[in-house]
Ligand binder design. Structure first.
Ligand SMILES: [Zn+2]
Length: 304
């Protein structure tokens, strides 16, 4: 993600700021997103369950045999108090304000499956090695250690943990929805693309895309600076000496490289040859080439 010196053939020609063709897998042009699943790879049923998980499709806690959160639930109440205390200018003050916020939060939590797991959902997560916060202990010395004897949290515990702000990630969603599809005997993956999300023009095209490897530009005696923020493209002409390239780069009048001196560029070209585009350090936000070379200089100074 930055600037890189490349040694390329002196007669190498490729437009600046255009991704080098050797870095682009052209075979992907022989594929398109699956129309049935919109490229998600999920069956319509699994997509609906996923929407319920995130509260984007109608959901009731009772659907999972779960009790709706009430405004008086200790975690809901604590969150409401926290919100109101943090932003009195937004919420106002007093018990009725806290109660109204608690009602809003409970209502919000009751709209997502993710806060209303049942015992089957919890079992699927435990089997998938998830819920470490509840099944393991952690200390800096011993790291994660399973509780002894092995501990299986109740759905209520998991759901209180979920609304408290730790919560489930996308992997948990994937595991729980997958397990539910299996229980219901419905497709988890899109039957059209078999979960890939992509339809290929031919099996040969797919194979070619998988077999593809990057091709570097022709190597040689030339010096050129590339950006690696995209897949990679040259941002200077090819020069035959480090000095010429450094002089050109010191003349850059835009973007991350503006203002980096000839000496710094020369040091970069004959030195590390790679730097992030921008760096935030004690000197503020500055070009990565500058930061890396000044650090290098300090290290050299200290060494010698
Ligand atoms: Zn599909």
């Amino acid at each position: 993600m930055g600037r890189e010196l490349k040694r390329v053939a002196l007669d190498f020609q490729w437009p600046e700021n255009k991704v080098w063709e050797g870095y682009v897998n052209q075979h992907y042009s022989k594929s398109h997103d699956c129309e049935v699943c919109g490229g998600s790879g999920s069956s319509p049923e699994a997509l609906h369950l996923k929407d319920q998980w995130y509260g984007n499709a109608p959901f009731r806690p009772e659907d999972r045999g779960s009790m709706p959160f009430l405004p008086s639930h200790p975690t809901v109440r604590a969150l409401a108090e926290r919100n109101v205390t943090r932003s009195p200018e937004y919420y106002g003050n007093g018990e009725s304000v806290i109660q109204r916020e608690a009602m809003r939060l409970a209502d919000h939590f009751n709209r997502s499956w993710s806060h209303h797991l049942n015992a089957d959902d919890v079992a699927a997560l435990i089997e998938g090695g998830r819920l470490m916060d509840l099944t393991h202990t952690w200390t800096p010395e011993t790291r994660w250690q399973p509780k002894e004897p092995p501990y299986v949290p109740t759905p209520e515990e998991v759901n209180a943990w979920s609304i408290s702000g730790f919560g489930h990630d996308a992997i948990n969603q994937w595991i729980v929805v997958g397990a539910e599809c299996k229980r219901l005997g419905i497709d988890f993956e899109c039957p059209q693309c078999h979960g890939e999300g992509t339809i290929w023009d031919s099996p040969e095209a797919k194979q070619a895309a998988e077999d593809w490897t990057r091709i570097e530009p022709p190597a040689g005696n030339g010096y050129q600076i590339w950006e690696t923020v995209s897949e990679g493209s040259p941002i200077s002409p090819v020069f035959s000496t480090p000095e010429e390239l450094a002089r050109h780069m010191a003349g850059t009048r835009w973007g991350a490289d503006e203002g980096t001196s000839y000496e710094t560029w020369l040091q970069f070209i004959i030195g590390p040859g790679w730097a992030p585009s921008m760096v935030m350090d004690d000197h503020g936000l500055r070009s990565g080439v500058e930061a890396m070379c000044s650090n290098e200089k300090i290290m050299l100074d200290e060494a010698g």
